[in-house]
Ligand binder design. Sequence first.
Ligand code: RIB
Ligand code: CA
Length: 311
Amino acid sequence: MKQSLIIDCDPGVDDATGLLTAFASHDLDLLAVTTVGGNVSAEKTARNARILRQIAGREDVPVFAGAERPLRREPAGAGEFHGAEGLGDLAPFEPAAPTAEGTAAEAIVRLVKERPAGSVALIVMGPMTNLALAMRAEPRLADHLGPVVVMGGARAEGGNITASAEFNIWADPDAAAEVFASGCRMIVLGLDATHQVRSTETRIRMIEAVDTASGRTAAGMLRFSQRTEREIVGWDAGPLHDPCTVACLLKPQLFELAPCRIDVETESDLTRGHTAVEFRVEAATARHFWATRADADGVFALIAERLGAGQ
Ligand code: RIB
Ligand code: CA
């Protein structure tokens, strides 16, 4: 039985590798890709998702454009890590297939509600604005959703946009706070996990060895990130964030998850977007699961295998 899935993202070079891996994974029933402003503008993230879809040969998957700005905050960006157009060194083009009619939030509500409760998983690789808007439009959505697998949050590793916050949560902390409070079951790949999944030279070469358009595109994104991480952060091998969500859904045994309760700081400018991860909860009733360990070699091997099965 294929896992039904919606991916919400802000491509973004790491979103791109995650999307390409999902497009190539034929054991997923990818119902839609929804996009949000984040790394670059909403207009560019929607175009970039369509570009990646065309490269992967998956025009069967509709792309719905979503929120252009956070619920309350000013739009932020991360172009320095993704390139001005959002896809690193890949020169953008106008894809043949357009975006689908309707907003991302509308599509999430419709696609989840028209299927059995719990059967549609949602991966969120960017700010949670679209999911928060969908939950506002349909208050029962949290009860109908399957697992929500999120890249976001900072705890032991500290933040990557401020001392205590990770970019996706920081960019729209109000949306994240509403989603974490909704009661939906959430698997959270924060920096504690994604910082264990480093794009080392050996691992990048593993992806470069994949002789498909998707493999070559993902490898180009990894090389771009390698350069920006060295130049901006001084890291020789940067973390691979968003693809960890797809890997976790496809092969959960690659990660160790701890039951917890996560709340988001929205009042303080200093700690805006901090994820307070409380492990002192009853495991049997926990709704949030924080990834504490990741098998980096396993993640890269899975990505390489899937990209090789794609176009
Ligand atoms: O902090 C990492 C996250 O922020 C990733 O989703 C990356 O794409 C950026 O959006
Ligand atoms: Ca992202």
